[in-house]
Write a protein that binds this ligand. Structure first.
Ligand code: SF4
Length: 579
């Protein structure tokens, strides 16, 4: 099989692919650094593809990390990595734009550049190589571990920053202006643009950052993240439909962005503030159009049950012979009407996230959810119909003790009890599926100063949960792997020096252990060290409008197990985002 044949058969299954003539246009390879199926399941990636191609001056094509089958063909033929639409080597594009959602994909960026025969380090790429851009939630938080590889980060929400970036970029006399000058102009003129080569970082003897300064006075010393406020239409939706995604042949739509609860561990909750919803009328109009194309709609929101008028919106889909699925629900805001609609739509599993077993720890993380509310939600679900229940928990959270782990076990047993009790008279009882994840500290959250729990301790906690709950019937458990949580923590919380570890690991065939053995820098410095509230953090140069004093206040409230109020947009200026 040839790559061309493979890619053509993939394209033949898609609807909505854009094929543009290259003549006179700026070419952008939009890259998702993971497999096709993962990238195409990501609504953000799809939306960016649409925004780029809506601009008549741009031709955007997609590229992904090759899967095993593709990889063996590329290796055998030694051809450079190709774009999906026109089978053009990535090296031939004007711009490569990486869309990043997960830190553990960072190594894949280096694989993709290597396979494209493009030098990995920015400083080794001359004028003839494409300009390399990156954006996405992980880069809003902390782009520094990638600083040596990326020419230009776009820090902010795609709808705004891409428009502003290309307004300036397309006006540049690109055939005469040098790359260095291009970066300088972009950094000065476009809010949200961060070009790492234009900044210098210095470290103190203890390894902490002493200064982070622009090399040229006209470059802003802080980079302002940009947001789409107000959040008006049209509804962001999948541009391409393909059977090869997690949500096969479903059109995903974003009903709201940002969450007002304020969970202290949650990066998305802070990065996408303020909470915003699309106007109801706009949603109805878009649903009409989508249902004329496809009967399956995937509703995306930090919590679908929190969307105003959700019962009416989902009834609208069902009444037109459509079906819908939801990304997540909040136990506090579940209603019988919504569960009825989920049942009518054929949804078999409902997901809720207690996060922890104890009331105390739920107050620490600011979850605003009591055990009583969780129980009520389970009774409501089981009383309405047959559903499997998926529960998200997190272990290794700040202040967690052995008692909190026991409380997870106790809560799951109690949920099982209510599920059986409320399912009386039914032939089958739903199963419980636990997804137990390790806490990874994230920048720009109140938990950014806490260390990660140790890999050994997390493994012990996993064993305790598994030993106790796997003997109970009807409960399945999946754990994430603590050593990967450690790497994620390193890439979330690291500074530019972590980039060297990434490069070494790439050269070591992805063997992190070998890298750590030879590294001058101890990775535990970034992962296991509690940070001082006054230390300079690697991401402090990004201005998200969230006041550091607010994050510190939330950190102290967490230590005192005290919750803070949720967002009240229009009537609150607490964190600094709404003015
Ligand atoms: S200012 Fe208040 S309402 Fe606005 S995002 Fe911050 S906490 Fe939420």
């Amino acid at each position: 099989m040839k790559i061309a044949t493979l890619y053509r058969s993939r394209l033949a299954q898609e609807r909505g692919t854009v094929k543009k003539d290259w003549g006179g246009r700026v070419s952008v390879a939009l890259i998702y650094p993971n497999y096709y199926q993962v990238g195409m399941s990501n609504l953000g990636f799809q939306v960016i593809y649409g925004i780029l191609n809506d601009n008549p001056a741009i031709v955007a094509e997609r590229a992904f990390l090759p899967d095993e089958e593709e990889l063996s063909i590329y290796r055998r033929t030694d051809q450079p990595l190709l774009s999906l639409e026109s089978l053009t080597p990535l090296l031939k594009f004007d711009l490569l734009a990486f869309s990043l959602s997960f830190e553990n994909d960072y190594l894949n960026i280096l694989t993709i550049l290597d396979m494209s025969k493009i030098p990995l380090m920015s400083k080794e790429r001359g004028e003839n190589y494409p300009l390399i851009l990156a954006g996405g939630i992980t880069t809003f938080m902390n782009p520094e571990p990638l600083a040596n590889f990326i020419d230009c980060f776009l820090i902010g929400e795609g709808e705004v920053i891409l428009k502003e970036f290309f307004q300036t970029y397309l006006d540049l006399p690109l055939s005469t202006v040098k790359k260095e000058e291009t970066l300088r102009i972009l950094a000065i003129e476009v809010e949200g643009v961060y070009c790492p080569s234009l900044y210098k970082v210095e470290y103190k003897g203890d390894g902490l950052i002493s200064s982070f300064e622009p090399l040229i006075p006209s470059i802003p010393s802080r980079v302002k993240a940009v947001r789409q406020v107000p959040f008006n239409g049209p509804l962001r939706r999948s541009r391409i439909i393909t059977p090869f995604t997690e949500f096969s042949d479903t059109i995903l739509v974003e009903l709201s962005r940002g969450c007002g609860i304020g969970c202290r561990f949650c990066a998305a909750g802070y990065m996408y503030r303020p909470p915003r919803v699309i106007e109801e009328e706009e949603i109805f109009t878009s649903f009409e159009q989508i249902l004329a194309e496809k009967n399956s709609i995937g509703l995306i929101s930090p919590s679908v049950s929190d969307v105003p008028g959700i019962e009416k919106l989902t009834s609208f889909i069902l009444d037109r012979d459509g079906e819908f699925s939801v990304s997540s629900l909040r136990a506090n805001s579940l209603t019988k009407g919504l569960i009825e609609n989920l049942k009518r739509s054929g949804q078999k599993t409902l997901t809720i996230a207690p996060e922890t077993g104890s009331e105390r720890l739920r107050r620490v993380i600011n979850k605003k959810l009591t055990t009583e509310k969780i129980t009520e939600a389970i009774i409501l679900i089981a009383g309405t119909g047959f559903f499997h229940i998926k529960l998200y928990f997190m272990i290794g959270l700040p202040t967690e003790t052995g008692e909190d782990i026991k409380d997870i076990i106790g809560l799951v047993k109690s949920i099982r009890h209510y599920l059986i009790k409320e399912s009386r008279g039914r032939k089958k009882i739903g199963r419980i599926r636990l997804s137990i994840n390790c806490f990874v500290p994230k920048p720009f959250t109140p938990f950014q100063w806490f260390p990660m729990d140790t890999v050994e301790s997390l493994k012990e906690k996993q064993k305790t949960i598994k030993r106790t709950l796997s003997v109970e019937g009807g409960i399945g458990i999946s754990f994430d792997v603590p050593k990967w949580a450690y790497i994620q923590s390193l890439l979330s919380m690291g500074d530019r020096r972590v980039g060297q570890m990434l490069l070494t690991t790439h050269r070591n065939n992805r063997d992190w252990k070998r890298t750590f053995r030879s590294s001058d820098i101890n990775p535990d410095f970034f992962v296991y060290r509690a940070r001082d509230l006054n230390e300079r953090l690697p991401w402090d140069f990004i201005d998200h409008s969230i006041q550091k004093s607010y994050l510190k206040e939330e950190y102290n409230l967490a230590l005192a197990s005290i919750e803070s109020p949720p967002c009240k947009v229009g009537d609150c200026t607490r964190c600094g985002i709404c003015t």
